[in-house]
Design a protein around this ligand. Structure first.
Ligand code: 2P0
Length: 320
């Protein structure tokens, strides 16, 4: 009746932005991501009939704001006649600040709650349930390079290259630890309804997915760099052209982009990507990670840096 799961966030190289079915949280586009190794969320779920109601503790504090979303996810996994749950989540990185904390949190939540309920679900089922809670969470069930495909009425997720076949490093430049002003779910909806670029974004995504898939298959860093930066800037262009505009960057985000481009012009294999927040993620070869980290740490406005390799999908740590 109690289980603990651990999951890592993932960083999209070809991004998910927009939903085709908000009720079932189905994405409008496919995406390709890398699952990280060193950042993680550990989630404990205890089903306990002596509890009056569900409880959620995030990093040591009761979290009433996130509770309804967690309850919906528990209902999806266990059914709404389930016992009350005590859910305790601990992450080793800032949450709700564009570091994909919902991906690690909800993928860990589905794994832990299914195990606490004595269920034996396939990874594909768990990914689908995680995706209902948070689109990007479906990818954190899988290791290394992961593709989420949009099928007729469901998603299909798989690892397209395991970690050991192409180890890369990710250097994260944290430019603020405050929570973002607008959730990505709300921002996606504003983009869908108001951005003149949204329909083109959706139409063109398969071209970017094909290019990234080929680059990953060939381990062609330069091609992956070009398509990932293009796709990231295109997603942010969709947001900037929305009404009201959605601008997640700060000046340090822009300075970090310049630093990465400068390093690349000096021959360092590195590219950037930025999600729904002001943090910049620089993807590079492991031998260059210290150089990239030093350059980003020395950039004005960067308050912290973190390094991660690529890692495994969500795992069950304990169940009793
Ligand atoms: C991604 N993002 O592919 C994109 C890039 C942010 C920018 O998926 O509404 O928290 O819960 O399905 O998964 C962040 O959105 O959104 C995200 P919901 P989620 O990683």
């Amino acid at each position: 009746m109690r289980a603990i799961a651990k999951a890592q966030p993932n960083i999209a190289l070809i991004k998910y932005w927009g939903k085709r079915d908000s009720g079932r949280n189905l994405p409008a586009v496919g995406s390709i991501s890398i699952t990280l190794a060193e950042l993680f969320t550990e989630m404990s779920v205890k089903l306990d009939e002596s509890l009056d109601s569900d409880q959620l503790i995030v990093n040591g504090n009761a979290d009433e704001r996130l509770l309804p979303r967690v309850q919906r996810c528990l209902d999806d996994v266990l059914g709404n006649r389930r016992k009350a749950a005590r859910v305790v989540s601990q992450s080793n990185f800032p949450i709700a600040a564009g570091l994909a904390s919902s991906a690690s949190a909800f993928s860990a939540l589905v794994v832990a709650s299914a195990a606490a309920g004595g269920q034996n679900r396939t990874t594909a089922e768990l990914a689908s349930l995680a995706g209902q809670a948070s689109g990007s969470a479906a990818r954190s069930l899988y290791e290394g390079f992961v593709e989420l495909e949009n099928c007729d009425d469901h998603i299909s997720v798989k690892s397209i290259r395991p970690v050991d076949e192409w180890p890369l490093s990710v250097v994260i430049a944290i430019t603020t630890t405050s929570a973002k002003a607008i959730s990505s779910g709300d921002a996606m909806e504003i983009s869908r309804q108001t951005s003149p670029f949204y329909s083109r974004w959706v139409e063109q995504q398969s071209v970017d997915l094909n290019a990234a898939r080929s680059a990953i298959a060939a381990r062609d860093f330069e091609q992956l760099a070009l398509i990932a930066e293009h796709n990231c800037l295109k997603m942010h262009s969709v947001m900037w052209a929305s009404r009201p505009p959605i601008i997640y960057w700060n000046t340090a985000t822009l300075d970090c982009m310049q630093v990465v481009r400068e390093l690349r012009s000096q021959g360092v294999a590195v590219f950037f990507t930025i999600d729904a927040g002001p943090q910049l993620k620089a993807v590079c070869l492991p031998e260059d990670e210290s150089r990239v980290q030093d350059a980003l740490a020395a950039t004005a406005g960067v308050c912290n840096t973190m390094i991660s390799g690529l890692g495994a999908g969500a795992t069950l740590v304990a169940s009793e």
